[in-house]
Every structure is written in structure tokens, then in C-alpha cells.
Design a protein around this ligand. Structure first.
Ligand SMILES: [Zn+2]
Length: 426
């Protein structure tokens, strides 16, 4: 009181400043991965390009451990073998997610404009009196029949390639008295669809004469979310608020999907019919944050692919793996040696300065391709029928067990002979 905003802030700022200053010399540890991405929103957009190699080197130990490669394996190769997003791309993704999702920014990334106001805003913990927490929220155990009520509502939400819809059907005793359907946008989630059905069912029945209503849903995650006072979904919060304030008592229970009960099948059919029906009204909901995450991940994969196509061009690994893949995880020392070419060949010994010549005892350059296709000493273990340009077979290696075994046989042979295969110095 009495102090202007500026005056009020000044002492605090200087205290933080002093605190930081005095701590600075004590920082010895290199930044951890978490610390690096945590600060991503601040410097994520600056680091691209200029410091690419330095950023990737932070990731080096992780990916080398995953791919179990030699210490000489290139970081860029180890990243591909581990199926891990390159750190420079990961940082940019996290930065965008924070800026759009949490900091309320509009960002242009490649050809997409990501606007904060198009996404769901997380609602923080609802400040209510502890006595009111959970008030009105009755989630009944799934195996015990709930108390009988005249009104029973079956809700359903579905998402398929054809669309996202919410539906419910209301029964009075066993008579169907009302149905409701709506279409959401293709970017909305099945979670949003299930919750919307529940939310609208409650809003449309809370002011009727019925004081006890049962809602049956086959979405356990929706019911668990409604039960959770710390859930941050805006639809969940809206349902919780309505349940706390309405005089109608709602009992909610999870039922198994497709369990042959009339109401559950009916709600399911209503949802399916709504997908195909052009006349069903639409409901406009914000995009879920999972959509932001997926959009950014898709962009990251495209960027990673571009980076690998440019940087990987001409690398041995690129002829075996030309497509980046987050599901790839080659934690196999022998295979990693074969794919990266960092194996005990004369040309490798030459490269690391242990041999004066890169040649095989047969007189030709002793690299892995030599032992795989040409060397008379390894004729027995050559790849069979490689075809005119070998590329097709190389791309098949990770997919075919027989070819993978062939790689292992060659690597094991080279290890057993070690320097014996190197051309003797003149
Ligand atoms: Zn040879």
C-alpha cells in the first residue's frame, strides 16, 4: 500500500541479483539435459544453426551409451541409431511448446502459425473451501450397481478418421426420452469428446424436476479426471463447478464399452450416425494441448529428416538408414560397428593413426565394403546378390534377419583377425 509498483519491486530484484552473483562461481557442473530444455523458452530460438555442433555435443554421451558405439562414432550417427531427437531440434520444440502453450505467444514455425488463443488453457487448482472439494462428485465403483434413479443417461464420445463426435441418450425408467449429438473438429481429442457429452448432459438436465440422475460412461479416464480436484482441463473444471453448485445429485459410473446394454449400444450408435450426418450441429472447442505437442513433434521430425539428409549425405550410415525414426533403437555394438564403419578394418586403423596404410593384405583399400563384397579372403562371408548398386540391399539390412547376421559374421571375422589384415608397412 502506498508504494508504486516499481518501488515495490526494486528491493526484491536487487536481492535476487546479489544472490545470483554470489552463487555464480560455485557452478561447476555442466548443464543437465533437463536444465537445458527447461530454459529452452528463453534461448531455444537463438541457438539454431550457430551453435549446432556444441548443442549436439551435450547429447553425445547419452546417444553413445544407447547405441553402444565406439568412442569414435560421430554424434550425428549415434543420434540416428538411438532414435533420439537431436537436441537442437528438441530445444526448439520445447521452446515453442512453452511459448505458445504457457506464455501466450503467437509463433510462426515453418508453414504453421501457432496461436495461443486457439489452444485449451490449463486451469490451475480450483481455490475452493476444503469442505467443498469433491462436493457433488459421486463416482460410483464400477462393480456395484448404483442406487436406482428414474433418469439414466448414457454418454459417448468417439474419434475416428471420419471425425470427432459426442452423443448421449436419456432414459426415463426404460423409455428413451431424448438423444443429443454434436460434431467437434478433427483436431479435438476423444477425451474432449467424452467430457463434452458428460458436460452437456449435466447442463441439459440439472434444472429439470429430477433430483437424482445416473450418468453411465465408458470413458474411465473422463470419470477419473472429474474425480480429481487438481485436474487442469477446462471441461473437467466446468463439470466440477456445475456439480458443486447444482441441487441435482448426479451419480456417475464407468461401464465397459460394447457390453451389450441397450443404452451403451444406443449411445455408441448415435455417435456413429453423427459422424456421417451433415446436419448434426457443430460445437467449437479449443484445440487440446496434445494437438500442439503433436503438431510440433511432426515439424521436429521433418526438420530432423532435413538435417539428416543434408548432414548425413555421403556418410556410411546414411546408405543404410536414410529415414529418421524415433522408434529406432539399435543398442547392438556389432551392428553399430557395421553400420557406422567404425570397426577393426585396416582403413579404420589407418584413420586413427595406428597403421601407415589403409590397405588390406590383398592390396586394395581395406574398408568394410571391401570385406563385405570384394576381398578374396572373405569370399565365403560376402553379401550374396547385392545387385548392381548395392543401395537396395543396404536399405534392407535392418529389416532382414539374414542380412543382419551377415553383418555380425563380418564384424566378428574382422575382430578375430584384428591387425593381421593390415598391409605390412613397406
Ligand atoms: Zn582384401
Amino acid at each position: 500500500m502506498g508504494l508504486s509498483r516499481k518501488q515495490h519491486k526494486r528491493p526484491q530484484t536487487s536481492r535476487i541479483y546479489r544472490h545470483k552473483r554470489s552463487n555464480t562461481p560455485k557452478h561447476k557442473d555442466p548443464p543437465t539435459f533437463e536444465a537445458t530444455t527447461g530454459k529452452a523458452a528463453v534461448w531455444g530460438t537463438v541457438v539454431i544453426g550457430r551453435k549446432l555442433r556444441q548443442v549436439l555435443s551435450l547429447q553425445r554421451n547419452f546417444v553413445l551409451a544407447i547405441s553402444r558405439g565406439y568412442r569414435t562414432t560421430a554424434t550425428i550417427d549415434a543420434i540416428i541409431l538411438s532414435g533420439v531427437l537431436p537436441l537442437n531440434i528438441k530445444i526448439r520444440e520445447e521452446a515453442m511448446r512453452a511459448r505458445v502453450g504457457r506464455m501466450g505467444k503467437i509463433e510462426q514455425i515453418e508453414n504453421s502459425t501457432l496461436k495461443h488463443n486457439e489452444y485449451e488453457t490449463k486451469i490451475q487448482y480450483l481455490k475452493s473451501h476444503p469442505a467443498h472439494t469433491g462436493k457433488g462428485i459421486n463416482i460410483w465403483p464400477s462393480k456395484i450397481p448404483p442406487p436406482k434413479t428414474d433418469i439414466t443417461i448414457y454418454t459417448d464420445g468417439t474419434k475416428s478418421e471420419e471425425g470427432v463426435v459426442s452423443a448421449y441418450v436419456i432414459y426415463n425408467k426404460n423409455n428413451e426420452i431424448k438423444t443429443w449429438q454434436t460434431k467437434l473438429e478433427e483436431y479435438n481429442s476423444v477425451f474432449q469428446a467424452e467430457l463434452t457429452a458428460i458436460e452437456i448432459a449435466i447442463l441439459n438436465t440439472k434444472d429439470t424436476n429430477h433430483k437424482n440422475i445416473t450418468i453411465l460412461s465408458d470413458s474411465n479416464s473422463s470419470l477419473q479426471a472429474i474425480k480429481d480436484p487438481s485436474n487442469t482441463s477446462p471441461i473437467v473444471k466446468s463439470i466440477q463447478r456445475t456439480l458443486q453448485t447444482t441441487k441435482t445429485r448426479y451419480t456417475m459410473q464407468w461401464i465397459k464399452a460394447h457390453n451389450n446394454t441397450l443404452g451403451n449400444e444406443r449411445a455408441d450408435t448415435l455417435a456413429k450416425l453423427a459422424v456421417k450426418n451433415e446436419d448434426i450441429p457443430k460445437t467449437k472447442l479449443p484445440k487440446p494441448l496434445s494437438h500442439l505437442k503433436k503438431t510440433l513433434r511432426d515439424i521436429s521430425i521433418i526438420n530432423w529428416q532435413t538435417q539428416w539428409t543434408e548432414e548425413g549425405e555421403g556418410r556410411r550410415l546414411h546408405s543404410y538408414i536414410h529415414k529418421v525414426d524415433l522408434n529406432k533403437n539399435i543398442g547392438d555394438t556389432t551392428l553399430t560397428q557395421f553400420l557406422t564403419g567404425h570397426a577393426t578394418t585396416p582403413s579404420y586403423f589407418h584413420k586413427i593413426g595406428q597403421e601407415s596404410s589403409p590397405n588390406c593384405v590383398c592390396g586394395r583399400v581395406g574398408d568394410l565394403d571391401h570385406f563385405s563384397y570384394d576381398c578374396p579372403l572373405t569370399r565365403e562371408i560376402h553379401f550374396k546378390n547385392p545387385g548392381p548398386d548395392k543401395t537396395v540391399q543396404k536399405r534392407m539390412i535392418l529389416r532382414e534377419k539374414g542380412l543382419r547376421n551377415n553383418c555380425r559374421i563380418i564384424i566378428n571375422f574382422l575382430q578375430s583377425r584384428n591387425r593381421e589384415l593390415c598391409e605390412p608397412a613397406p
